[in-house]
Design a protein around this ligand. Structure first.
Ligand code: ASP
Ligand code: MG
Length: 404
């Protein structure tokens, strides 16, 4: 088999960990497999480098910033390669530009456009363990780019796709994908498998196991992904193609996100074009608006509420304040003490009444629902932040693991 293994920051966070990872790679090789490895920077390193940039300037140049943060992965590629060679294994270390992982030029959030396979496959065919720097690529002008935080996941899945690997193993510090955060919900359990679409929802709703783009990539290119722990030998969670039987399970996961803020424009005049006027500039600032609700207007005006990531709330508010004045809205309020709680499951497509069951469970606990949004396989609500953990637990009890 050809196996791509990706090791995240904590898995390569110290020289001891790097030696342990080398041991694990060696075992895979000894079992007769070909192995390509993708590594992240040592844990904390990317943040440390960004911190340095922040000490030099308030507005680090995006191109230079990518040049800076990409060094974190260069360190781990080098150290891991040394460890493997020391153990007697032929090893080929490669940076993104040496592989030729070509991306667009959106520094800090570049997208992979093409990956050359010549160097990867010839090294693998020569029997070498290939060790590739995750997170980084190169644009058409030979500038180093990076793929956004957590981007090594996407590097690994993309390399698995172009090399037609049998599996892409993502080694991390948790042992798989859980039905809820085990720190909040003691009855949460590890899923054996999950469909790409469910994982996409969970990843975008705040479950931080995988970078969303890596899941999109895996889905598009049919890459079998295995999320597992580098600290333990057990099988983790497989991301797989959807199967009909998966619809029998109504809810596969409950997730929550505290990094949310709610902004409300009061008494927005009911005229065509105002939503465009509001959300255009917010999008131009790269602020991702998640939920939006607007009521039917009473007497020619209506309140409009939407959510943004909490880190972006000041930026969004300064935009919104201008626009509110311009369109003569009644005022702007914001609230950062909110959480988004979501249930996800393919079975929602074929089972009616899931939303009402969800709302009943919350009503029973006296939790007020401030906003609701749904998709085919997900229902999200916004509630007061202090009820987040309780909401996750009662929803998990209701849909996934009823108390005995
Ligand atoms: N080192 C990068 C980060 O911290 C990429 C990664 O770990 O996947 O975001
Ligand atoms: Mg990660």
């Amino acid at each position: 088999m050809l196996i791509v293994q990706k090791y995240g920051g904590t898995s390569v966070g110290s020289s001891e960990r790097i030696k342990a990872v080398a041991q694990r790679i060696a075992e895979t090789r000894d079992a007769g497999h070909r192995v390509a490895v993708v590594v992240s920077a040592m844990s904390g390193e990317t943040d440390r480098l960004l911190g340095l940039a922040g000490q030099v300037t308030d507005r680090p140049d995006a191109q230079a910033s990518d040049l800076l943060v990409s060094t974190g992965e260069q360190v781990t590629v080098a150290l891991l390669s040394m460890a493997l060679k020391d153990m007697g294994y032929p090893t080929q270390p490669l940076l993104g530009h040496q592989v030729e992982i070509t991306t667009d030029s959106a520094f800090g959030r570049a997208r992979i456009q093409r990956i050359a396979t010549d160097r990867l496959t010839s090294a693998l065919n020569d029997g070498a363990i290939v060790v590739v720097a995750g997170f980084q690529g190169v644009d058409a002008d030979d500038n180093i780019t990076t793929l956004g935080r957590g981007g090594s996941d996407t590097s690994a899945v993309a390399i698995a796709a172009v090399t037609c690997a049998d599996v892409c193993e993502i080694y991390t510090d948790v042992d798989g994908v859980y039905t809820a955060d085990p720190r909040i919900c003691p009855r949460a359990r590890k899923m054996q498998r999950i469909s790409y679409d469910e994982m996409l929802e969970l990843a975008s709703l705040g479950a931080k196991v995988l970078q969303i783009r890596s899941v999109e990539f895996a889905k598009r290119h049919h890459v079998a992904v295995h999320v597992r722990s580098s600290f333990a030998p057990d099988t983790g969670t497989f991301l797989v193609e959807e199967e009909p039987s998966m619809e029998d399970v109504i809810v596969s996961g409950v997730t929550s996100d505290l990094n949310q803020a709610k902004i409300t424009l009061l008494r927005v005049p009911d005229r065509p074009g105002l939503a465009a006027k509001l959300f255009g500039p917010i999008a131009d600032d790269n602020i991702v608006v998640d939920m939006i609700i607007q009521n039917a207007s009473a007497e020619g005006s209506t309140d409009l509420t939407f959510t943004v990531p909490q880190d972006d709330v000041q930026k969004a508010l300064s935009r919104v304040a201008h626009i509110a004045e311009e369109i003569q809205a009644g005022g702007v309020t914001s609230d950062t003490q909110v959480a988004k709680v979501s249930i996800v499951g393919l079975g929602m497509r074929s089972h009616a009444g899931v939303a009402s069951r969800m709302f009943q469970v919350l009503a029973r606990e006296g939790i007020n629902i401030q906003m609701i949004s749904t998709s085919e396989i997900k229902i999200s609500i916004v509630i007061e932040a202090k009820y987040r953990e309780l909401a996750v637990r009662v929803l998990h009890d209701e849909f996934i693991a009823p108390a005995q």
